[in-house]
Design a binder for this molecule. Structure first.
Ligand SMILES: [Zn+2]
Length: 303
């Protein structure tokens, strides 16, 4: 298999390459881990490999089949993704029926198989997953399913047991992510203590707008830091982590304000976990709500 410019952890590359080259790649593949962009790149490459007919190492990336996949116009490739237009953020059962079930028994036009790519497969609700399950369990002869998602834990056990999963997360990526979130959390705390809302908003920029895990991670870190600040303020530092950021927040705000801030961060975390919340908007709401809470304007707080 030709991986082109797609970067993969060595082990995954070996496994995926061996499965493809020996013709043993499962009819249903799940790509998980890594960033959304990386998962998409791997899914595109695999799709190209499946439709490319150039002899030798595939995908060649230059034949008409490969180019059509790259341009998103291949007649035998169907991409299903969360229903962004209607803002529900889920893959609806109607879409699974319409785009997958109704088409997957058809004969492919150009490629050896019809390929169904399901982006953010973890956005399928139970009904959608159960509907998809039927064709994954007893796949039509010429259909291939390529799922990719961030949280495979949200998929039904029955689906997971029928797909071959490949994790594309680079070893050590988890620590780099945590460090990035910690740095943003510290910068937001500094901005909060300095009363600088603009600086707080800017502090979230390095986390990007693509990955929800950074937004939820930041909300979690802020909630935990504010709990530490409350512990410091209430003079029971033993309950929390007595670090410089927590002390700075405790020195700046009174106990009621800290409690309001902590409630706000915890509420933002619940909102951030919902796929209905746009990620970019999530950062704006988080910082705006924190500054409202800091100035006593917070409407949602019960204190
Ligand atoms: Zn090709």
């Amino acid at each position: 298999m030709n991986f082109g410019r797609v970067k993969l952890p060595q082990q995954t590359r070996r496994q995926l390459g061996a499965a493809f080259d020996s013709g043993k790649l499962s009819h249903a593949v799940l790509i998980c881990g890594g960033s959304g962009r990386a998962r998409k790149a791997v899914a595109t490459l695999l799709t190209q490999a499946m439709v490319c007919r150039t002899p030798g190492e595939r995908p060649c990336l230059t034949c008409p089949q490969c180019v059509k996949v790259r341009d998103g116009v291949h007649p035998d490739v169907t991409v299903v993704k969360p229903d962004e237009g209607k803002k529900s953020g889920i893959i609806r059962v109607e879409d699974v029926r319409e785009l997958i079930i109704r088409r997957c028994y058809n004969t492919p036009n150009e490629a050896p198989a019809q390929i169904f790519v399901i982006e953010e497969a973890d956005a399928m609700n139970i009904e959608s997953q159960n509907t998809l399950l039927k064709v994954i369990e007893e796949p039509p002869a010429s259909a291939r399913f390529l799922l990719h998602c961030q949280q495979p834990g949200k998929l039904l056990e029955t689906i997971l047991s029928r797909v071959d999963a490949y994790n594309i997360e680079e070893p050590g990526a988890g620590e780099r992510e945590s460090a990035k979130i910690r740095a943003a959390c510290d910068a937001v705390a500094d901005a909060l203590a300095a009363g600088d809302e603009y600086a707080a908003m800017m502090a979230t920029a390095p986390l990007g707008e693509k990955e929800r895990k950074y937004l939820t991670g930041l909300c979690e870190s802020l909630t935990s830091l504010l709990r530490d600040a409350i512990a410091v303020k209430a003079d029971c530092a033993a309950l929390g982590r007595d670090d410089a950021k927590a002390r700075a927040l405790a020195a700046k705000f009174d106990l009621n304000t800290l409690l309001r801030l902590e409630q706000t961060a915890a509420r933002s975390l619940r909102d951030a976990q919902s796929t209905n919340t746009q990620i970019k908007l999530g950062y704006c709401l988080l910082t705006a709500d924190l500054f409202d809470a800091a100035s006593g304007k917070d409407k949602g707080a019960t204190l």
